[in-house]
Design a protein around this ligand. Structure first.
Ligand code: AMP
Ligand code: MG
Length: 368
């Protein structure tokens, strides 16, 4: 299949923009798949009320059939036909955070194809704030089912080039709207429970939700250890993963990244270092060392996280050592993605020595 590439990013001409959205909306109504930017990551869209169209998304991504999709709408009231009823908590969250990076899990209506909800009794709904996403949904005139526009398991795309790398030839079109602002996916909140629960941390923080709802729980399975099964089916898969073996240095362990990276590089291992400017300043110049510094704060890390991980793949890194951040605010989402990207290979410090959490064996160059 030939994939149409529309560049709305380079071209500020608004007439052209309306035309592109109409053309893409037509393809979506015909049951085709089109990728588009949102404020979180790029989405892979199809008509959310057409099961056969939605099945094409699963095929293009190689997504497991048991992992449900989120429906994207252009107006708040468009949620009403999609649900058998909203709780007071769901209404409060819509008022506070829509349009924006918040997905509400609600009881589904008869309209929802099984392909979207993967057989669950609930459906995820979100109203994005990105003008291209909002314009495309309005032009299509249907809810758009859209997971992240990556091949399943790979880091999500935050620019159109990353979508092109994964999807060219497999889908009808890609709308290039530039880089996504937030960089991590939406927060997924189950609003059907008595106390709403965060199933996936994301762009709307726990603190922001608590300010509206009072109490919020976090799915205990998100820690990755223990026998809990995550309530969002997608959270159980290794995800956001680069090709290299990745280790996440949490807390004080981060101070030892320069020494560890230097040793690995000296052994001829192509070593990617994902860290703050502070740690980057302590890294020696070395052959085999690929440094990606994100800047000062967690927001900057969230914005660049996936493109830096994809960059290591392109540079054929064999090892990635990454610095963790605090879990307040956006840090909860960033640490969730980093831990998953690392396959839970987490490095901490005990008695001044590096050690691994839960069963991970550390390579020799990390041990003194
Ligand atoms: P993505 O589409 O890649 O952004 O991923 C959507 C996430 O939301 C996945 O982790 C899904 O498992 C989760 N999700 C979607 N619908 C539901 C639902 N009805 N109940 C629980 N989790 C859901
Ligand atoms: Mg995804």
């Amino acid at each position: 299949m030939q994939t149409i590439y529309w560049n709305l990013h380079a071209d500020a001409d608004s007439d052209n923009k309306a035309e592109v959205l109409q053309a893409a909306g037509r393809l979506l109504r015909q049951g085709e798949v089109v990728a588009f930017p949102t404020e979180t990551v790029y989405g892979l869209g199809a008509d959310g009320l057409n099961g056969a169209a939605v099945a094409k998304i699963f095929a293009a991504k190689g997504r497991p059939a048991d992992n449900p999709l989120i429906l994207h709408i252009a107006r708040k009231e468009d949620i009403l036909p999609l649900t058998s009823g909203l709780t007071a908590n769901a209404r409060a969250l819509m008022e506070a955070f829509w349009p924006g990076p918040l997905t509400l899990i609600v009881d589904k209506s008869q309209l929802i194809p099984d392909e979207v909800s993967a057989g669950l009794a609930t459906v995820g709904v979100r109203m994005p704030s990105h003008p291209v996403a909002a314009g495309l949904i309005a032009a299509t005139g249907r809810p758009i089912a859209a997971p992240s526009a990556n091949i399943s398991g790979k880091p999500s795309p935050t620019d159109a080039q990353a979508v092109w790398d994964d999807m060219q030839g497999k889908i009808a079109g890609i709308i290039d709207g530039g880089s996504c602002g937030i960089g991590v996916e939406s927060t997924v909140v189950d609003t059907t429970a008595a106390v709403p629960m965060i199933l996936r941390p994301g762009g709307i923080t726990r603190e922001m939700l608590e300010a509206v709802l009072g109490a919020v729980e976090v799915d205990p399975a998100l820690g990755g250890q223990g026998d809990f099964k995550p309530k969002a089916p997608g959270m159980k898969y290794r995800h956001y993963a680069p090709q290299a073996a990745m280790y996440l240095f949490e807390g004080e362990a981060a101070m030892q990244i320069p020494a560890v990276a230097a040793k690995a590089a000296a052994q001829g291992i192509r070593t990617g270092v994902l860290c703050s400017e502070k740690i980057a300043a302590q890294l020696p110049q070395a052959e085999n060392m690929l440094v990606s510094a994100w800047g000062q704060d967690t927001q900057a890390l969230a914005e660049k996280l996936y493109s830096l991980l994809r960059g290591f793949d392109k540079q054929q890194a064999e090892l990635i050592v990454a610095e963790g951040v605090g879990e307040d605010g956006l840090g909860l989402a960033v640490m969730n993605r980093l831990r998953k990207a690392a396959g839970y290979q987490i490095v901490t410090v005990s008695d001044g020595r590096l050690c691994a959490k839960s069963g991970t064996l550390l390579p020799e160059f990390m041990l003194k």
